[in-house]
Design a protein. Structure first.
Ligand code: GLY
Length: 324
């Protein structure tokens, strides 16, 4: 039997041997055919976000820079009431935001339930780049953001405050009601060097319990990137995305040879099979890109759209879905 000491020795030797592949530019893994740059994001507000991301990709920039620039558009838009500034608050009237990023090297950063910071995605990126950690939550995430020079702001717009006050009249706690409620932006991109990255950012479920965190800042649930295979991101009721390890599963299915749409379909069907009683009340939707630049999405329910931008132009597609 391998002793612990021997195992550590073997692991250390293995790690030394692995130094070279880890440092090889990801271009090494590029497929034979040039996929060209592409950015993909959830919902129709992805159109404007993609436009911003495309500026970076068109200039041969890095996919990570593209997605980080793109998602800042809905984060700063007070009319988008499910992301960043103007996001609908929790049931205590507090706007709490979730976000994560993942790059082509497998690095990841995330903030959960952060308050008062308009661009949680930018904080998540700094968690990835400037700390030895992956996730910072709540007060700790806010403190880190302030230390990094972010401005503390009131993110509750008068419109969102009014909507919350209207909700308070009944205070009906129905976290399964997704309509007009869940519009996370998940954005994934492949750059002209063939590298993949992604970002996911949201204010989460409207009128949620204070402290509730969905899938969006959870690596492997709301977002997953493997530069050898592809990337996937999610939107919808985060609890169900988490329960099927949604995006990590999609990337693994693509690794086994499924196309992006087939992989998204398979994972949506797992939600449908495991939680048949919930299908009528929830939405769960995924988009994915593979290393060859093929892309697609699939949703549990009708109505999901995703935006795309590549050298052929931009567009918005109606996703295929499981149920009306
Ligand atoms: N998908 C976003 C959330 O559940 O919070």
């Amino acid at each position: 039997m391998t002793s612990r000491r021997k195992f550590i020795q073997q692991t250390t030797a293995g790690a030394a041997a692995l130094t070279i592949p880890f440092n090889v530019p990801a271009k090494t893994f590029r497929p034979m055919t040039d996929p060209g740059a592409l950015v993909l994001s959830t919902w129709n507000f992805g159109l404007k976000a993609n436009e911003e991301a495309w500026k970076v990709l068109k200039a041969d920039g890095r996919a990570l820079d593209a997605v980080c620039a793109g998602v800042k558009i809905p984060e700063a838009d007070p009319k988008v009431t499910s992301v960043g500034y103007g996001g609908l608050p929790d049931r205590d009237g507090r706007v709490t935001l979730d976000s994560c990023v993942m790059d082509e090297f497998g690095n990841a950063g995330s903030v959960c339930a952060i308050e008062h910071i308009m661009h949680p995605s930018s904080v998540a990126r700094l968690v990835m780049e400037k700390t030895p950690h992956v996730i910072l939550v709540g007060e700790g995430a806010l403190q880190f953001a302030i230390d990094q020079g972010f401005k503390k702001e009131n993110l509750l717009t008068p419109e969102s405050e009014q909507a919350w006050k209207n909700w308070l009249k009944t205070g009906d706690y129905k976290p399964i009601n997704w309509e007009n409620n869940h519009d996370t932006i998940g954005m994934i991109a492949i750059d002209s060097k063939g590298n993949l990255s992604g970002c996911c950012t949201t204010s989460g479920l409207a009128y949620k319990m204070h402290g509730r965190v969905g899938d969006s800042p959870i690596i492997g649930a709301g977002l997953f990137v493997d530069n050898e295979v592809g990337a996937a991101t999610a939107t919808g009721n985060g609890e169900y995305v988490i329960k099927v390890a949604g995006t990590a599963m999609i990337v693994e299915l693509m690794r086994q040879g499924k196309s992006p749409v087939e992989a998204c379909h398979e994972v949506v069907m797992r939600v449908a099979k495991k939680f048949p009683d919930k299908v009528k009340d929830i939405q769960t939707a995924f988009i994915a890109i593979n290393k060859h630049g093929e892309y697609g999405g699939y949703a549990l329910r009708k109505g999901f759209q995703y935006a795309h931008y590549n050298t052929e132009g931009f567009g918005l597609s109606d996703s295929e879905f499981f149920a009306e």
